[in-house]
Ligand binder design. Structure first.
Ligand SMILES: Nc1nc2c(ncn2[C@@H]2O[C@H](COP(=O)(O)OP(=O)(O)OP(=O)(O)O)[C@@H](O)[C@H]2O)c(=O)[nH]1
Ligand SMILES: [Mg+2]
Ligand SMILES: [Zn+2]
Length: 313
């Protein structure tokens, strides 16, 4: 009889899987086609095949799963059973602002975590590149996130004698959880992963100098066990992250700091776009709410850029 084993998927290249066995070995595997996509973070049952590989025969029920639309707009699962989304963003080196696209990406991921009922962490990386003036300005720009209750960690993967900056704080907020690192290609997700896992050899990209963008070095999501407990999933960078179709009421609720104002608009079904006597518009005008966060919310409701191409996984 062919014994059934438990396992954890730590990488998936299409149907080619890497399975971590209960005794901590990594073995190659495939899955029965009828199971659909099996992704990083899936808890599975597998059987050994003649060549020593594993064949996944069942996937245990998933909790929070991160999905991204593919180039045809169809949601494609990236990783499963998450406790936390850790968004890696960059601020402009000489001004300390978030570009509109960076802000849109960060706010969409934070809202996604909220809608999945999992934790979110905002990591601002490459702070070694910020001028002192930009650093001060960056702190101001991050206030709305901190006020909304988000943990914001400033990091550099390239300073302090190879130890990085902000790494102890980052480690503390990853401990005991399964987190996925997300953000644009070149943001430094793999560089941070490498610092967290000094014994591993993780591929880190070059930046294309012309575009100052990453080159999509990481092509599949990969899960690593953290020395202090917990798992980190390094994922491929994406230019834009879209939530897909989402109800304005659910979305407004996913912007944490909007909650105290919800229910105070003139219209009960207010979408908080340009309706008269909208409590969110008024709060933004009165300085009680970040106009930029409201702008991000509106861009998602209006589906800005939804048809543009996705890169990465
Ligand atoms: N100055 C500076 N450079 C960094 C920092 N973190 C990463 N880099 C550089 O940025 C480039 C991209 O880093 P990666 O870690 O490959 O970025 P990534 O987010 O994994 O990119 P993808 O895998 O393409 O999604 C590399 O040249 C890194 O050395 C940092 O904190 N400061
Ligand atoms: Mg990478
Ligand atoms: Zn409103």
């Amino acid at each position: 009889m062919n014994a059934v084993h438990e396992g954890l998927i730590i990488a998936n290249h299409g149907y080619r899987l890497v399975i971590e066995t209960v005794d901590g070995r990594s073995i190659p595997g495939t899955s029965r086609k009828s199971l659909g996509s099996v992704v990083c973070g899936d808890h599975v049952q597998w059987q050994a095949s003649a060549d020593g590989a594993g064949v996944v025969i069942a996937v245990h029920p998933r909790t929070a799963m991160l999905a991204r639309p593919d180039q045809r707009g169809i949601a494609k699962p990236v990783c499963a059973n998450l406790d936390q989304i850790a968004v890696v963003g960059l601020m402009q080196p000489d001004s300390g602002v978030l570009t509109t696209s960076e802000r849109a990406r960060i706010d969409a991921y934070l809202a996604a975590a909220e809608m999945l009922s999992i934790d979110a962490l905002l990591i601002i990386n490459k702070i070694d590149l910020l001028t002192p003036v930009a650093t001060a300005h960056a702190q101001k720009k991050l206030t709305p996130y901190r006020d909304a209750g988000y943990k914001v960690i400033l990091t550099s993967a390239r300073s302090a004698a190879g130890m990085g900056t902000g790494m102890d704080e980052l480690r503390a907020h990853l401990a005991g959880k399964r987190s996925v690192l997300v953000g644009e290609s070149g943001a430094g997700k793999s560089s941070l992963t490498q610092l967290l896992l000094p014994d591993r050899d993780i591929r880190i990209g070059e930046l294309s100098t012309r575009l100052e963008r990453g080159k999509h070095t990481t092509t599949v999501a990969m899960l690593f066990r953290l020395p202090g407990g917990g798992d980190i999933i390094d994922s491929p960078g994406v230019r834009e992250f879209h939530l897909g179709t989402v109800e304005p009421s659910a979305l407004a609720h996913a912007f944490r700091e909007f909650r105290p104002h919800l229910g105070n608009c003139r219209y009960r079904d207010c979408r908080h776009l340009s309706e008269p006597d909208c409590a969110l518009s008024e709060a933004a005008t009165a300085g009680q709410l970040s106009p930029e966060r409201l702008e991000s919310y509106r861009a998602i409701v209006l589906g800005d850029g939804r048809r543009s191409r996705h890169s990465g996984d």
